[in-house]
Design a protein around this ligand. Structure first.
Ligand code: DSN
Length: 448
């Protein structure tokens, strides 16, 4: 087989990869669920492991030729179990949604009640939200957050006592405080539920010592691998010692639920790349990194509060800043698009008790994992806050036309015009130049 480079085989995709590299270099990547994986992780991801079929588990495969894959998957499992201090790890889930679905199918029967954080208050689709298939198979109930961004404990407790859920989930896409895993566990134990900690946003903080671990409280831990953990896209299900005490068969049930229950062949290149990420996450440098993520998030939060931004949770105790833009008179959609034009990439999100719709919510989410990977510190976070404030103040004087009109057609047309305008706007492109200049002081190539 002739070995031709990507450039020779497919110039269109080569150009798109280079364009994406440039975008990631020139912009402030501040979506809390994104990060830069290392060159080593991406080398493993692009390796020949992508070519191998290996349905099953190490030593029990349905295909021949898996001697090397077995060694690789065993190494990944060992590293995951050691790093997270758990009894068993399944490293095959293709993503967090599959991870949660596998957990649901392992411990629940169709129609069983489950309890999770409400989508509009920072919950995740995969834990029984209406739009997800999980709400059709299981009977979902929800708890919310309080106005100041904490878990609404009385609501969680009363829902748990009333509906006796099979699973109580914690975690999702919006939470800026430290999870009180012990309190979740007490409630779950009281009603006989499994406590599943979905730590997809914070595994890097947990292993880096910047957030407590759920290992002594949860029966199961689910996490994606590409956020603060800095691995490839994918997920893991971790079975704790407490989980095995509740059900000695739990690890087998999880493995069966992932394969053959839900998935076919594991993505071996992903597992190899995860194995590398787990090795990187076990280093002293990673601990420093994890702590810096939180320091940066707190520095950013402090500056934003000075500029009269309302933060859900009153600040940040992790990697995430969750802004309620209501007092600024703007929606998250408008600010997120203007941010995109200015090179400050964040994402819109509903806030607790949001008066606006999920597609055009009142909230905006920012996070520090990716900029911290680039080496930015508190000093740079002051600049980020300043630029975000500049964008918001500029938009407050901007002609938004019919954005927000009750007439849907008028609103849609105004939003279309707005998107075109912001990418041609000289004030926003001025901010973009400053952001680009800062970004070049922290080149992505130097970490890759
Ligand atoms: N989409 C992820 C997030 O941004 O939080 C969760 O799946």
């Amino acid at each position: 087989m002739k070995k031709a480079s990507l450039r020779k085989v497919d110039i269109e995709i080569t150009k798109l990869i280079l364009a994406e590299e440039k975008r990631q270099q020139d912009c402030l990547i501040m979506i809390p669920s994104e990060n830069y994986s290392s060159r080593a992780v991406r080398e493993a991801l692009g390796s020949v492991f992508t070519d191998k079929y290996s349905e099953g588990y190490p030593g029990k495969r349905y295909y021949q030729g898996n001697q090397v894959v077995d060694k690789m998957e065993r190494l990944c499992i060992e590293r995951a179990e050691k790093l997270f201090g758990v009894a068993h790890a399944n490293v095959q889930p293709h993503s967090g949604c599959e991870g949660n679905l596998a957990i649901l199918s392992a411990v629940c029967r169709p129609g069983d009640p489950i309890l999770s954080q409400h989508l509009y208050m920072g919950g995740h689709l995969s834990m029984g939200q209406t739009a997800s298939i999980t709400s059709k198979f299981y009977r979902p109930y929800y708890y919310g957050l309080t106005k100041d961004g904490d878990i609404n404990w009385p609501e969680l407790e009363s829902q748990a006592k009333k509906y006796k859920p099979k699973i109580i989930f914690c975690g999702g896409t919006g939470f800026t405080r430290v999870f009180n895993f012990a309190r979740f566990a007490r409630i779950a134990d009281e009603v006989g539920a499994y406590f599943v900690a979905d730590i997809s946003h914070i595994p890097g903080l947990v292993v880096g010592g910047a957030h407590p671990s759920p290992k002594n409280y949860a029966h199961l831990i689910m996490t994606t691998t590409h956020k603060t953990l800095r691995g490839p896209r994918g997920a893991m299900i971790l079975v704790t010692r407490k989980g095995l005490k509740k059900d000695p068969e739990l690890a087998n049930k999880i493995d069966k639920a992932v394969f053959p229950g839900l998935q076919g062949g594991p993505h071996n290149n992903n597992i190899a790349a995860l194995c590398v990420a787990l090795k990187e996450a076990a280093t002293r440098e990673f601990k420093v990194y994890a702590r810096q993520i939180v320091k940066n998030s707190q520095a950013l939060a402090k500056e934003l509060i000075k500029d009269d931004f309302t933060l859900v949770g009153g600040g940040s105790a992790n990697h995430m800043i969750w802004i309620d833009l209501t007092n600024k008179g703007l929606d998250g959609w408008t600010v997120a698009w203007a941010g995109d034009a200015a090179g400050l990439i964040c994402n819109r999100q509903t806030v607790p008790f949001d008066a606006r719709s999920p597609y055009y919510p009142s909230g905006l989410r920012l996070g520090t994992p990716a900029v911290t990977t680039r080496g930015m510190k508190e000093k740079e976070m002051v600049l980020v806050a300043h630029w975000l404030n500049d964008i918001v103040e500029y938009l407050r004087k901007f002609d938004l036309g019919d954005i927000g009109s009750r007439d849907k057609e008028k609103d849609q047309l105004a939003r279309k015009i707005f998107k075109q305008k912001v990418f041609k706007d000289s004030h926003l492109s001025g901010i973009r130049s400053k952001i680009k200049k800062l970004c070049w002081k922290f080149p992505v190539q130097s970490i890759n």
